[in-house]
Ligand binder design. Sequence first.
Ligand SMILES: [Zn+2]
Length: 129
Amino acid sequence: MEVTYLCPHCIGAINALDNIILSAKTEKNKHGLILLHEEIWNYSVIQTSSINAELGEIVDFFCPVCHASLNTEKGDHYAGYIRMDASGQESKIVISREYGDRRTFKITGEDIESYGESARKYMYPEWFL
Ligand SMILES: [Zn+2]
């Protein structure tokens, strides 16, 4: 299935070869790229040696194309981008910005799906809608 992930600001595609490519900055002010698997339930992560984020560190995410912040304004420590599936249906993906925190939400219209073991600890935040 061909899936495209898009920056909500420039609508540039941010995925290639099964990975979502995000520009990132850690709390210790290290910059680099973090690659997330494009399958939402797959939490394998690749990061460049320049960033080397540690578990529990809060990471700022930026679009690799236009460099706009992908951090969400509401809520603590989330970032978001757009997912378009092969049929052209758009969803909003919200991820935790805490490195190693497996918490992902997929919002399609008013429907929220949650992924990752950490997601179960939280109520669905209605501000996603
Ligand atoms: Zn962008």
